[in-house]
Ligand binder design. Structure first.
Ligand code: FDA
Length: 325
């Protein structure tokens, strides 16, 4: 936790960003986590993944836009992502032994390709109304294309506003859902709140720097909370997404799934592009739904630093590269 906090702090300095962007030796590490800077490069990767049987969610990197023009530009990109995805990844092989989950009668099958967006990209810092306008228009298009919009969860300062906006849009277009972070003290209640409404959730441990007043700071405790909340979601949630690379937690959840006789089609695992590809392949080959989160765009730096902070080994690589460069 200390290494993570320190990394996120140092990464937030402008000088560090400048250094990381200019150091040629770091390019392979950046490419490992980021699908490229253009939508086309992300679509290429999405097509490859869906042809192998994975499902994907595309993430256009960028957060905290400061003007209405930037928010509008992000919304236009989200719409382009939905259109390109539905044109290129709508079909593909369904992995052995795995049929598409059809949901309740009359519902669309689970989408192979969907998008993940951030409300601060839609202009949340400029006001709820600005973010709502863009989020709603993007979700309306997703409904037409029979796909899905996931709202990523950002820093805790945005949690309540994010949930309220998701609830509003969900009431109009049920093809949207969000993310809950197990490290937040409030997540148990938020989970019940979303499950009651039938909102699709992705559960994650949480990636931001948060004070002890709002978040659990002990890693083992976060892991425990994640496992307990995953079990609850698997039993009660609507097509939940269990998003982790934690092999120990996944192993324990697989035992739970087998014990309870939970159908493999009623939930999915999600992992980030470039992380634990071995585990992604193993789960896919065992017939589980696996969705890969594929980030792209020019504003890759904050996302990249969160990935570095998660694993000290990544950090060591970067320090070595900076000294060589
Ligand atoms: P943990 O950090 O305990 O890692 C377990 C193991 O996974 C490690 O031992 C290592 O082997 C591997 N691993 C994890 N991270 C790695 C890395 N960066 N590089 C190499 N190996 C790594 N967070 C958030 O706050 N809001 C959000 O909306 C999302 N969305 C999201 C979507 C998806 C699909 C995923 C998988 C994750 C997120 N997250 C997120 C990030 C999440 O909160 C968390 O920070 C990361 O998933 C890392 O936590 P793990 O659960 O993987 O466990």
């Amino acid at each position: 936790m200390l290494v993570r906090s320190l990394t996120l702090k140092i990464a937030s300095w402008r000088f560090t960003e400048w250094l990381v962007r200019k150091t040629f030796l770091l390019r392979p590490l950046v490419r490992r986590f980021i699908a490229g800077e253009s939508l086309e490069s992300a679509i290429e990767i999405a097509q490859r993944l869906t042809s192998e049987g994975y499902w994907v969610t595309l993430d256009y990197l960028g957060e905290n836009v400061r003007s209405r023009e930037e928010a509008e530009a992000a919304a236009i990109t989200f719409q382009a992502m939905l259109r390109r995805l539905s044109a290129s990844c709508a079909s593909g092989p369904t992995p052995v032994d795995r049929a598409c989950y059809l949901g309740a009668e009359g519902e669309s099958p689970v989408e192979r390709g969907n998008i993940s967006i951030k409300l601060t990209q839609c202009g949340l810092d400029l006001g709820d109304d600005v973010a709502l306008e863009h989020y709603r228009s993007v979700t309306r298009l997703a409904a037409e294309l029979k796909t899905f919009v996931r709202v990523d969860m950002e820093h805790s300062a945005y949690t309540e506003r994010t949930l309220q906006l998701v609830e509003k849009v969900f009431a109009e277009f049920p093809c949207t859902g969000t993310v809950l972070q197990s490290y937040l003290h409030r997540t148990g209640e938020d989970l019940d709140r979303c499950v009651r409404q039938g909102i699709r959730l992705r559960l994650v441990k949480g990636a931001y720097l948060e004070p002890a007043s709002v978040a659990i700071t002990d890693k083992a405790e976060v892991d425990r909370a994640f496992e307990e909340q995953s079990k609850k979601l698997l039993l009660e949630g609507k097509y939940p997404a269990i998003a982790t690379h934690d092999a120990k937690v996944i192993e324990s959840l697989l035992k739970f799934i087998a014990e309870k006789g939970i159908d493999k089609r009623v939930f999915e695992f999600q992992m980030l592009y470039g992380i634990r590809r071995d585990l992604q392949a193993k789960l896919l080959s065992e017939g589980y739904n696996v969705r890969v989160y594929v980030p792209f765009g020019e504003s890759w730096y904050p996302y990249f630093t969160r990935r570095l902070a998660e694993r000290p080994a990544n950090l060591l690589f970067i320090v070595k590269a900076l000294f060589k460069g």
